[in-house]
Design a protein around this ligand. Structure first.
Ligand SMILES: [Zn+2]
Length: 255
């Protein structure tokens, strides 16, 4: 049977998400921003926590791990390069490693930039990607540890996933990301359509994620640093994509 997911808000603007395998009952929390919100989602679904899959070491993604592990005895999987900064780790993973949740089969993609060891969990058969703070809807993570080159390579790796892949990210930043994107990419009808759709979702109190890779490719400026028209729009015609990406990221930081 196909994977099931449960998305929920926690902390100030974080998203938590549960990934559930109906065949075996296995359930993973992707990151653990805070124990109480994860437990509430478990109660609402009736699912039992078996795993926590950690994308990166930041406290707003790991703060609930110890409490949840003590209560549910769940397995904690974390990026090998950041395991020393994450509590309760049972298993470390790196690029290309397999991670299963019950019978759901995932693959680890290293996507550094926001942090140096950040990873994405991709479940190809279920068309799901849990990207943490690497890619956001119409945005990308801030470069707190890595370089623009590193982040651009990570984003290209995600952009290469099949178009139908549903992306779950770590924060609800979409409205602010769209305000910025419209300031640099003014002739993009796909972005304008997304802006209208997001406005309506937020007015209805609905989350703006997940999004598909196919839709993001057409509207997210951080995935379009190698599109010549966008480089022209920001006064960087003919420049290498890494430089265009660094310029866009810098402008967003100052926006
Ligand atoms: Zn983070």
């Amino acid at each position: 049977m196909a994977a099931e997911t449960r998305l929920f808000k926690c902390l100030s603007d974080n998203y938590g998400v549960l990934l559930h395998d109906p065949d075996t009952g296995a359930t993973a929390s992707i990151d653990a921003p805070e124990a109480a919100a994860v437990e509430q989602a478990l109660q609402e679904t009736g699912w039992k926590l078996t795993d926590i899959l950690v994308t990166h070491h930041h406290a707003d993604h790991t703060g609930g791990i110890e409490e949840l592990k003590a209560k549910y005895k769940c397995r904690v999987v974390a990026p090998a390069k950041e395991a020393g900064k994450i509590p309760g780790v049972d298993e470390t993973v790196a690029q290309g490693d397999s991670v299963s949740v019950g019978k759901l089969a995932g693959t680890v993609l290293e996507t550094p930039g926001h942090t140096l060891g950040h990873i994405t969990y991709w479940f190809p058969q279920d068309h799901l990607a849990f990207v943490g703070d690497t890619l956001f809807s119409i945005g990308c993570g801030r470069l707190l540890e890595g370089t623009p080159e590193m982040m651009w390579d990570s984003l290209k790796k995600l952009r290469d996933l099949p178009n139908e892949t549903l992306v779950y990210c770590g924060h609800e930043y979409t409205a602010a990301n769209i305000r910025f994107a419209l300031s640099i990419d003014q002739q993009n009808p796909v972005l304008e359509a997304r802006a209208a759709q997001v406005k309506q979702l937020l007015e209805e109190g609905e989350p703006t994620i997940p999004v598909t890779i196919g839709d993001e490719k057409l509207a997210n400026p951080f995935l379009r640093a190698d599109v010549p028209d966008l480089a022209v729009d920001i006064g960087m015609a003919g420049k290498p994509a890494t430089e265009v990406f660094a310029e866009i990221r810098g402008r967003k930081d100052r926006f």
